[in-house]
Design a protein around this ligand. Structure first.
Ligand SMILES: [Zn+2]
Length: 198
């Protein structure tokens, strides 16, 4: 029970991470986090531990009291949660480029897109944020293994490392507790449902 997941929100009620019950209690007890209920009401440890009439499976028993398990907590100060880097993977490249070919500007389903190296690997191009873009198969074929400068093609955006740092690695397959629901609806459904690919 101590290791069941707890949703972590930032102070704007935006989901940023998950932790477990044990760590959530430590953060709550130490004042680093507040418990959040489905009505967006926040509780410090004392007010939370005064909540009574709890179902058995939803609480932890200490020597002196019974405490409700928080399913959602909010970090009081953001620096209590280590910030995570955006993972460099296909999913995040597609997300950055909005599944839009960066040469012709058209949008495609993910399976009709590929990753293009602006400076081809064969010419020493690196696999880094600034050298890869989403590309449709037609443009990919047209560009071939040429350097961008030697093709007649232009990029519609200059590729950079994404700046959506806070929640990009939060990946939730299933909504484990009904208490999570109000907070996850902040984010478009597809965001949660697409598998991450390495
Ligand atoms: Zn294209």
């Amino acid at each position: 029970m101590l290791y069941t997941p707890v949703l972590v929100l930032n102070k704007f009620f935006f989901p940023i991470d998950t932790t477990n019950v044990k760590r959530a209690f430590l953060m709550l007890y130490g004042g680093a986090a507040k418990a959040v209920d489905i009505n967006y009401e926040t509780f410090d440890f004392d007010s939370w531990s005064q909540i009574t009439s709890i179902k058995n499976q939803d609480c932890i028993r200490t020597v002196s009291k019974v405490i409700k398990i928080p399913r959602v907590i909010m970090v009081v100060r953001y620096d209590k949660v280590p910030s995570k880097e955006v993972k460099f993977n296909r999913y995040n490249i597609f997300k950055r480029d909005k599944s839009q070919c960066q040469y012709c500007g058209l949008s495609f389903p993910k399976n009709e897109l590929t990753i293009d190296h602006i400076t081809p690997k064969s010419l020493g191009g690196k696999t880094i944020w600034s050298n890869v873009v989403c590309c449709c198969t037609r443009c990919n074929r047209k560009k071939g293994s040429k350097n961008l400068g030697f093709s007649s093609m232009k990029l519609i955006n200059k590729p950079t490392k994404p700046t959506w740092k806070l929640f990009s690695n939060l990946y939730i397959k299933t909504i484990k507790f009904k208490e999570w629901k109000p907070f996850l609806s902040f984010v478009e459904a597809s965001y949660w449902n697409v598998e991450l690919e390495e």
